[in-house]
Ligand binder design. Structure first.
Ligand SMILES: *Cc1c(COP(=O)(O)O)cnc(C)c1O
Length: 374
């Protein structure tokens, strides 16, 4: 089965092979060297001089750590909604007894700074969260503009870059992101199971002052371990082998080239799908570069499309989440996805749409994609 979902993504054989090595002791100079290599490459990819932490846990573990290690019970936090992952920050904040103030955004739309400022004006918030690339709706928000706003109001800026880091432009230091989070299994094309995050000095100051109310994901413990070039508990050594190999591939391709490839894949997917007479779910001006959300045409079911893609063509694409279940399908074009993968997927999608009774001009979508890839 070929994975064209927004994570996990297909892994290259060097990444797979790296994980078959026997685990080494995690408190050894050899492992320290591997960690340092990962940190260095991640700093490059995040475009930051801030500390980098690697957590054994999926992306959500770093979201949890970011909130629970910086914020005190009863403190206000502004969370930008507009999708399942944006809302996850609200759920985490609520679970730790914070007062979350949601910036409501229509799903499929990008957040406007006016809306954020309205919420800032009537709150006493200490932090703000943004899901830079909202995977559930195929929307990329303006992480740079939000960073500027956050600094203006002295807010700690926590950004989920899980489906943008390594696939779209992110400049942690220039944007003023205090805590930036990503996961191993998305644009970086590593194995699922690791979360990586950058932490600024301002964030460390807040973490240092906070009463300890969590344990395993307490970032203060991570900082103490970092000084000794290690992790606080036994990390998944095998997954870190895989991460190291995948980061090497990212650096080898070059970040700019990689981002450009993702942009081209996204454009081709969008334009081809439009040429196949389907509609995009997200607004054009905020369309994601790593995942495309497409409306399921009238009279066709989710299984008509995704079921047939899977059964007849061996391609796994994603469905809609939460209220979008059965209304959209999503094509992930992140990680190692190449032009030929998307051409194949679009050819399969055309045949699936025709079989489902959808009217379209045969070959039109593929032609549009081919022209974009030229
Ligand atoms: C995948 C994803 C996450 C993390 O999900 P996990 O399943 O915990 O890895 C967080 N945010 C976004 C935007 C994602 O796409």
């Amino acid at each position: 089965m070929k994975l064209l979902i927004p994570g996990p993504v297909e892994l290259t054989s060097d990444v797979l092979q790296s994980m078959s090595r026997p685990p080494m002791g995690h408190r050894t100079p050899d492992f320290e060297e591997i960690l340092e290599n990962c940190w260095d490459n991640l700093k490059n990819i995040f475009q930051t001089k801030n500390d980098i932490l690697i957590i054994t846990g999926s992306g959500t573990s770093a979201m949890d750590a970011a909130i629970s290690s910086t914020m005190d019970k009863g403190e206000e936090i502004i969370c930008i909604g507009g999708g399942k992952f944006g809302e996850r920050f609200i759920e985490i904040s609520d679970a730790y007894g914070l007062i979350s103030k949601e910036v409501k955004v229509e799903w499929g739309d990008g957040v406007t700074l006016e809306k954020v400022e309205d919420v800032i004006a009537e709150s006493n918030a200490k932090a703000i969260t943004l899901t830079h690339n909202e995977t559930s709706t195929g929307v990329v928000h303006d992480g740079r503009a939000l960073g500027k706003l956050a600094k203006e109001y002295g807010l700690l800026y926590i950004m989920d870059g899980v489906t943008s880091i390594g696939g779209d432009e992110v400049e942690v230091d220039k944007w003023g992101v205090d805590i930036c989070i990503t996961g191993s299994q998305k644009c970086l094309a590593g194995p699922p199971g690791l979360a990586m995050m950058s932490v600024s000095n301002e964030a460390w100051n807040k973490i240092d002052k906070k009463d300890k109310t969590n344990y395993y994901l307490n970032l203060a413990s991570y900082k103490r371990a970092l000084i000794k070039k290690t992790t606080p508990y036994t990390p998944s050594v095998s997954l870190i082998y895989g991460l190291q190999a995948s980061l090497k591939n990212v650096v080898k391709e070059g970040l700019q080239k990689r981002v450009k490839r993702h942009r081209t894949l996204a454009k081709a997917t969008r334009e081809a799908c439009k040429a196949m007479n389907t509609q995009m779910f997200s607004r054009e001006n905020v369309a994601s570069n790593t995942v495309t959300a497409i409306k399921i045409p009238e009279g066709i079911t989710d299984d008509d499309i995704r079921g047939r893609m899977k059964r007849d063509h061996g391609i796994l694409i994603a469905g809609g989440q939460a209220q979008l279940k059965g209304k959209i399908f999503r094509i992930g074009h992140m990680g190692n996805v190449g032009y030929s993968d998307i051409k194949d997927a679009l050819t399969s999608l055309e045949s699936v749409l025709i079989k489902s009774g959808h009217e379209l001009e045969r070959g039109a979508g593929i032609k549009v994609a081919e022209d974009i890839f030229k």
